[in-house]
Design a protein around this ligand. Structure first.
Ligand code: XMP
Length: 249
């Protein structure tokens, strides 16, 4: 098992399978930093990791990101940069190096970059114990239009794009795959294919309509949850509720 998978296991077992999508809509850097720090302080007991998207990473900059990643690590949380990276090998390599310099543990990437590129990236990410998670099927309502497209693989076989992404992902030894909570039947079929060789990360619970219990029963290992916690009148109550559910699963 890779180092990142081990760290996720350690930070989640007996604690929580919830990853906070810290998607704050805030353009003042000082407020963005302080609100993120408050979320880490108030919610860490109910989480195993925190995920920062592009729109949060961009305004913050290296100094703030170092501070945030350190604060998360100090309370036992893993940190994931959700930049859905998809570029040529050289650019991918530099991009992840910059993320590691800021203290992130893992990155989310888009396998549309192709298997050779992905293989190179997996190698570079694993070299120093970081993690790589690939998109297989997103959670939003239009996801099927893209991820459900019929494509041909290198042998000429026709299959759906998400099946090809899954095949590349587990055969190239990524640490996790993202499959939306809005497609639980797909979570189940992915779980069978993966056979414990990586974990399933599921966003789309709550606001996007996914049911947390059904998602876990279908085979998701981690729930990625943003607005249902962040926009609630009582984020601690919501986070604790999700934590309890994951502990019972
Ligand atoms: P909400 O507010 O809907 O936030 O709970 C969900 C979070 O998950 C992200 N998201 C994805 N991230 N692959 C990803 O890497 C996906 O397929 C996917 N679908 C949703 C979204 O950006 C938000 O942070």
């Amino acid at each position: 098992m890779t180092d990142f998978r081990k760290r996720m296991k350690a930070s989640s077992s007996d604690k929580s399978l919830v990853i906070l999508a810290n998607d704050l809509d805030e353009n003042r850097v000082d407020k963005l930093e302080s609100r993120t720090m408050t979320n880490i302080k108030n919610l860490n007991k109910y989480l195993c990791a925190i995920k920062l998207n592009f729109h949060v990473i961009l305004p913050l900059g290296k100094k703030s990101l170092e501070k945030i990643n350190q604060a998360a690590h100090d309370v036992g949380l893993q940190t994931i940069a959700d930049i859905k990276l998809n570029d040529i090998g050289n650019t991918n390599k530099i991009a992840v190096e910059r993320l590691w310099e800021c203290g992130f543990d893992a990155v989310i990437v888009n396998p549309i970059m192709g298997p050779e590129n992905l293989k190179e990236l997996v190698k570079s990410v694993h070299k120093d114990g970081h993690g790589i998670i690939t998109l297989v099927h997103m959670s939003h309502h239009e996801a099927k239009l893209g991820y459900g497209l019929r494509v041909k693989d290198s042998t000429g076989r026709t299959l759906m794009l998400h099946k090809l992404f899954l095949k590349w992902s587990y055969s190239l030894h990524v640490d996790g795959v993202v499959v939306g909570a809005t497609v639980p039947e797909l979570i189940t079929s992915c779980r069978k294919k993966i056979r414990g060789n990586c974990e399933i990360y599921s966003p789309g619970v709550g606001t996007q309509g996914g049911d947390p219990k059904k998602t876990l029963d279908a085979g998701a290992n981690y729930l990625i949850i943003g607005r249902t916690i962040l926009n609630s009148n009582n984020p601690i109550y919501q986070a604790r509720k999700f934590q309890k559910l994951t502990l019972e699963s």
